[in-house]
Structure formats: structure tokens, C-alpha cells
Design a protein around this ligand. Structure first.
Ligand SMILES: [Zn+2]
Length: 120
């Protein structure tokens, strides 16, 4: 299980960002995660709830968006997408070859943080 360290890392970045904009509370965090990242979304929320307890992020929601990966065919070098639907049975769309080099799909990005501003 690597969801815990992964979630801790996200939490640190989110808190740093929230502090820099004087957030009073965090409502939602949107993550974009490559389909090759092997993790269980429910766990991320569960760990998040645990880690964020007692902080301004307590009770916030984690929204996860899949990001397709990209592979390059090992034979004809065509680039094609890796999605959740085809990631376990990948074939080059142009020549049918089943081995490709993964070019991307392991990303993990924080694409949005929804906050409540401090009253001034
Ligand atoms: Zn090919």
C-alpha cells in the first residue's frame, strides 16, 4: 500500500499552498493521477480524513481525475494512449504489437484546491 505516503505528500503540498493564500478552510482538493499509478481512490480519501483531522483541511473532499498515459510501440514507434480500460491488454493500434514503452501515466498532480478565505 503506498496510498499513505502518497496522501501525506499531497497533504503537505496542499497545506503549504493553503497557508500561502491565507485559507481559513479547505473544501476540496482535485488531483490528476496517471492511470499507471496503482492505488485505490477510497483509501486516499480515508487516509486524507485521518491525516487532516484537526487541521483546516478536516472534512475536505478529494476528487480524483484519471489521466491517460502514453506509450510508444516497441516495433513501429507509434504513440498511443493507455487508459484504465486497455491498460491490462495493450496493443499498438497501428501494427498490433503488444509491447510498448510507457512514456507517461505515472503523474500525480494537484490541479485544484478549493478554499474558504479568512475573514478580514
Ligand atoms: Zn506498432
Amino acid at each position: 500500500m503506498h496510498e499513505l505516503p502518497l496522501t501525506k505528500g499531497i497533504f503537505k503540498s496542499v497545506m503549504r499552498k493553503a497557508e500561502s493564500v491565507d485559507a481559513a478552510a479547505i473544501n476540496r482538493v482535485v488531483l490528476e493521477i496517471g492511470v499507471l499509478q496503482d492505488f485505490i481512490p477510497e483509501y486516499v480519501q480515508k487516509y486524507w480524513d485521518y491525516i487532516s483531522r484537526g487541521t483546516i483541511a478536516e472534512g475536505s473532499l478529494i476528487e480524483i481525475r484519471d489521466k491517460d498515459g502514453e506509450a510508444e510501440c516497441g516495433r513501429c514507434h507509434t504513440h498511443y494512449n493507455i487508459t484504465r480500460a486497455n491498460m491490462f491488454d495493450v496493443h499498438c493500434p497501428s501494427c498490433g504489437y503488444e509491447y510498448g514503452n510507457m512514456l507517461s501515466g505515472n503523474e500525480l498532480r494537484i490541479v485544484g484546491i478549493e478554499i474558504v478565505k479568512k475573514e478580514t
